[in-house]
Design a protein around this ligand. Structure first.
Ligand code: G1P
Length: 298
């Protein structure tokens, strides 16, 4: 029997400079798509995949994240008093079990690989684990990580979510060199972080969902800095290629939003708002009006 994936690492130490000035005092992960913070989408996805322990790799200025996952007794008492059962239930649905969350500080911004490595003491030496980058919001059914956990049970090798991106965007991603494909599963023979377009082995990019073997954690401890002078997770995973378990890409089913960019964040906001019956009609009316105005002005 393969060991189940029950822990997920959420690297949330980034400064979020693309969202300044908001991120001067609000962690990027608390910014909301409609009324749910980015991090809530990541947590919900992790839970749906069977994750029971949530490890946040944070940095200075992220205490609002800790408060978000704390109980809110005063708020709950107030809602109870006013008989607002629906809001109370909503609040309760974000509760985390006692002891299910751990926070680790990344003391220096040395890259994604380093951030993950900071959580090494919380992952046993025989334990596979997930990594979720909350900037990548994926609307999928079943949720993306669940799709990957199911595929991992069959392969046992480290796995990254994969999606084709336009060639001119490839330099922002980890990129896969594919040996073969079987349905959604891609066997990887090479992986490179943020290549120049002419050097990219394909346009199949790594998206921020990973299931990693404990060996990757060990390798991270010995990694030198790579692309951008940072310790790259991609490089540590690439070292597993050719090993007994192999490395896989998984072409997930679902829509991915790059919420690390303003345009992706806005698109996600519109998409999630349109999926809410109470907001849909008003928003569509507004959008039609805007499109009409825009056409008239041309
Ligand atoms: C990170 C990873 C990269 C991956 C990307 C997905 O890059 O290093 O391999 O393709 O996330 O969003 P970042 O966006 O943090 O620069």
């Amino acid at each position: 029997m393969r060991k189940k994936v029950t822990k997920a690492i959420f690297p949330v130490a980034g400064l979020g400079t693309r969202f300044l000035p908001a991120t001067k005092s609000v962690p990027k992960e608390i910014m909301t798509l409609v009324d749910r913070p980015l991090i809530q989408y990541a947590i919900d996805e992790a839970r749906a995949a069977g994750i029971e322990e949530f490890i946040f790799v944070t940095s200075r200025g992220k205490s609002a994240l800790e408060d978000y996952f704390d109980n809110a007794p005063q708020l709950e008492a107030e809602l109870r008093k006013k008989g607002k059962d629906d809001l109370l239930a909503l609040l309760k649905s974000t509760d985390m079990a006692s002891g299910a969350i751990a926070y680790i500080r990344q003391d220096k911004p040395l890259g994604l690989g380093h951030a993950v490595w900071c959580a090494r003491r919380l992952i046993a030496s025989d334990e596979p684990f997930a990594v979720i980058l909350p900037d990548d919001v994926i609307d999928g059914e079943p949720p993306c990580l669940k799709q990957m956990v199911d595929a991992y049970e069959a392969t046992g090798g480290s796995m990254v979510a994969a999606m084709e991106v336009p060639r001119d965007r490839i330099k922002s991603y980890g990129v896969l060199d594919c040996a073969s494909e079987d349905g959604a599963l891609v066997t990887v023979r090479g992986m490179v972080e943020k290549p120049a377009p002419e050097e990219a082995p394909s346009n199949l990019a790594v998206i921020g969902r990973y299931i990693l073997t404990p060996d990757v954690m060990t390798r991270l401890g010995n990694m030198k800095s790579g692309s951008g002078g940072e310790v790259q997770l991609t490089d540590a995973i690439a070292e597993e290629i050719g090993g007994p378990a192999g490395v896989y890409g998984y072409r997930f089913r679902g829509q991915r939003f790059d919420c690390g960019s303003k345009s992706g964040f806005l698109q996600a906001t519109v998409a999630f708002a349109l999926s809410r019956p109470e907001l849909r009609d008003d928003l569509l009316d507004y959008m039609r009006e805007q499109v009409a105005l825009d056409r008239a002005a041309q």
